[in-house]
Design a protein around this ligand. Structure first.
Ligand code: PMV
Length: 330
């Protein structure tokens, strides 16, 4: 444990990420260990920036998100900072000020970038120096996908099998510069989603007849995606990512009550991407636990994909991003 000059106050930035092979389901809800591994890409244009200030005068932690107090999220934030306080051997309370440069809680991975930025900033503010793996393990306990936003580019999350969750962490597969794919996001709704991923996963696991098949199918999908990324084989990655996304949604749709994360515009965007791809444009889609459609494309195709998704009725906004770095101190 090394005391850093940043002790007392630190600011970190972490990019959102989304999965090409999805995390959906938990093996251990308390330690937040996923039931399946996942593979994601980290973005540079959608990020969370978080400042953590250690303040001995505070009786309890404080949290603002985009300038507003968020007492309803404080328990999860405090539990995550507790893991770092324990490592630092202190009990001092902290003030956390977090900002997203994109809509919060609408299926754009704000929890991923949020917890990754929190862990990095709290580590700095508490004077700790952790390995990237330790950061990933701590971020996982805040939000499963946050374990991946610790790293940039292409990232694999290992589900692990140890009961204490110590082998459940993410690792980089490829730097963003090694395969600079780009992303176009069609925003089709702006409010916070109705059913968050935590309860959506629990409901799928307990009631979907397809959940067991989803979990069983994950190792071959991970192997196929890993091989496609290593070979920079866009078509192979496109096939496996679309297949895996639709399997996750099939498991969710078959839950009781059903989990329908899509709206009409989501489905129209899916067809638009499929038409482009059938016409030879290197692009594929993925959709998380929300109504936004994420299109991943080879660098030259971004303009065409952006223009096409902008014309789909019901699309409110189109965001674009390159792949980006992992969580960093500012
Ligand atoms: O990390 P969570 O609890 O927000 O769950 C993420 C779930 C999905 O976004 C649907 C899939 C994924 O792998 O990111």
């Amino acid at each position: 444990m090394v005391t850093s000059e940043h002790a007392g106050r630190a600011t970190a930035r972490a990019g959102a990420n989304f999965a090409l092979v999805k995390y959906w389901g938990k093996a251990d809800a308390r330690l937040n260990v996923p039931a399946v591994g996942s593979i994601s890409i980290t973005l540079d244009a959608l990020f969370t920036e978080t400042e953590v200030v250690v303040d001995p005068g505070l009786a309890s932690d404080e949290l603002t998100l985009d300038g507003k107090r968020r007492d309803e999220d404080l328990a999860k934030i405090s539990a995550c900072v507790d893991l770092l306080r324990r490592k630092a051997g202190v009990d001092t309370r902290v003030r956390v000020a977090s900002r997203n440069n994109f809509p919060t809680g609408a299926g754009l991975a704000s929890s991923a970038s949020g917890f990754a930025a929190l862990v990095r900033a709290a580590e700095g503010a508490l004077g700790l120096t952790l390995s990237a793996r330790e950061r990933s393990i701590i971020a996982r306990q805040g939000s499963g996908s946050a374990a991946r936003s610790i790293f940039g580019g292409f990232v694999e999350m290992h589900a692990g099998s140890l009961p204490d969750g110590s082998d459940s962490f993410a690792e980089p597969l490829l730097e963003s510069s090694e395969w600079p794919l780009e992303v176009v996001i069609a925003v089709t709704a702006k409010g916070e989603k109705e059913v968050g991923s935590r309860s959506g996963m629990a409901r799928s696991a307990s009631s979907s007849p397809y959940y067991a098949a989803w979990v069983a199918g994950q190792p071959p999908d991970l192997a196929a995606a890993r091989a496609a990324i290593r070979a920079r084989d866009f078509e192979a990655l496109a096939d496996i990512a679309e297949h895996n996304c639709l399997k996750m949604h099939a498991a969710a749709l078959a839950a009781l009550p059903p989990l329908v994360y899509w709206n009409g515009a989501t489905v129209e965007c899916l067809h638009a991407v499929r038409r482009l791809r059938a016409g030879g444009v290197p692009v594929f889609f993925t959709i998380d636990a929300g109504p936004q459609l994420k299109a991943v494309c080879a660098p030259g195709a971004r303009g065409q994909v952006e223009r096409m998704l902008s014309t789909v009725p019901g699309v409110l906004e189109v965001l674009t991003s390159a792949l980006g770095p992992g969580a960093e101190l500012r």
